[in-house]
Design a protein around this ligand. Structure first.
Ligand SMILES: [Fe+2]
Length: 140
């Protein structure tokens, strides 16, 4: 089984919203920890704990963003929320499989999906949301 590559944080990933950027970095760390647990073939308990943390933190972070977007009446809130929901469902499915002992389901493809999704989402949807937010506070 090939190793999945760790995410290296780039300046380009910053949205300029301090709390959001801070939370994104934590998400990147958690995904890297999961990749590490997988690559190093750590015990199943480590994998399980890491994925539970990732699921919990992802839900917290999406909740934070959605609350913020609601507060400043973001015009693309619904679409953004839907993206979050789809992603949460994907990672919860992985967690449920792990709980059932199906560790073979945590593959390099899944791990790469997690990191590709997050980075893509930050670069497109989150940057779009921060742009809107900055315009709004500028002319408020
Ligand atoms: Fe988001």
């Amino acid at each position: 089984m090939a190793n999945s590559e760790y995410i290296i944080w780039k300046k380009d990933y910053e949205t300029g919203i301090v709390m959001v950027d801070r939370q994104h970095r934590i998400l990147v760390d958690l995904i890297n920890k999961l990749k590490d647990a997988h690559n190093q073939k750590k015990e199943k308990e480590v994998l399980r704990e890491t994925i539970i943390k990732l699921v919990d933190y992802t839900k917290f972070h999406f909740g934070y963003e959605e609350k913020h977007m609601t507060q400043f009446a973001y015009n693309k809130l619904d679409g953004h929320k839907l993206q979050h929901q789809v992603f949460v469902k994907q990672i919860v499915d992985v967690l449920e499989n792990l709980k059932l002992g199906k560790y073979e389901n945590l593959t390099e493809e899944i791990l790469n999906f997690l990191s590709d999704w997050l980075i893509e989402h930050i670069l497109k949807q989150d940057k779009e949301y921060s742009k809107f937010y900055k315009m709004k506070i500028k002319y408020a």
